[in-house]
Ligand binder design. Structure first.
Ligand code: PRP
Ligand code: URA
Length: 209
């Protein structure tokens, strides 16, 4: 079974409270999603392997560490995942960026994929799927299906909030995928919203409601 890692650093928890407040403006919401994503990006890379590299300091030879040839692809789920891209790129600037376009059908709550474009060398990359919200888990399951269909074998997920029901569904569908979350909230509402949650992440990021 894949691991669920709760990144409960005090800075992340503090910023998350600001995100949840209904009066937080879109401008602040975007900024804080970026900041949380950078901090979570730091956690998601914690298990990256290091190898020794010999360098010259101005004074002598030194054997330091470098990340050993890891190629990373980050894949925001459109639209709300876009809000996490800049933050994650701030800690791994060489990562390539793919996109999965998806929306939830408001009647069935099921995800509908309308776009998928990934960087090349799919088999060699670690893919990190970005979406602030993991509610029923349907969107994330479908996005992981899609990147695996295109050849990805090493996939992680980065979500800010998750509902327990959705986490369970993703773990069952993709037991090889570790999921990083800032909080596991109480449950889902009948309409598929995370409770207590933060509302509709896409609308709050882009000011569309
Ligand atoms: C939201 C969110 C996730 C999805 C989570 O997107 O950004 O992608 O819902 O729900 P699930 O776990 O039940 O699938 P939404 O469909 O509202 O689209 P948006 O990003 O365009 O706002
Ligand atoms: N998508 C959101 O944006 N918010 C939720 O609470 C659930 C799904």
């Amino acid at each position: 079974m894949g691991k669920v890692i709760v990144t409960d650093h005090p800075l992340i928890q503090h910023k998350l409270t600001i995100l949840r407040k209904k009066d937080t403006s879109s401008k602040d919401f975007r900024q804080i999603v970026t900041e949380i994503s950078a901090l979570m990006g730091y956690e998601v890379t914690r298990d990256f392997e290091l190898s020794d590299v010999e360098i010259e300091t101005p004074l002598e030879t030194y054997v330091g560490k470098e990340i050993s040839g890891k190629k990373v692809g980050i894949v925001p789920i459109l639209r709300a995942g876009i809000g996490m891209v800049d933050g994650v790129l701030s800690v791994m600037p060489a990562a390539r960026v793919g996109h999965v376009g998806m929306y939830r059908d408001p009647e069935t709550l099921k995800p509908v994929t309308y776009y998928c474009k990934l960087p090349k060398d799919v088999e060699e990359r670690t893919f990190i799927i970005l979406d602030p919200m993991l509610a029923t888990g349907g969107s994330l399951i479908e996005a992981i299906d899609e990147v695996k269909r295109m050849g990805a074998t090493n996939v992680k997920a980065l979500n800010i909030l998750a509902a327990p029901e959705g986490l369970k569904a993703v773990q069952e569908a993709h037991p090889d995928v570790d999921i990083y979350v800032a909080s596991i909230d109480r449950c889902l509402s009948e309409e598929g919203y995370i409770l207590p949650g933060l509302g509709d992440a896409g609308d709050r990021l882009f000011g569309t409601k």
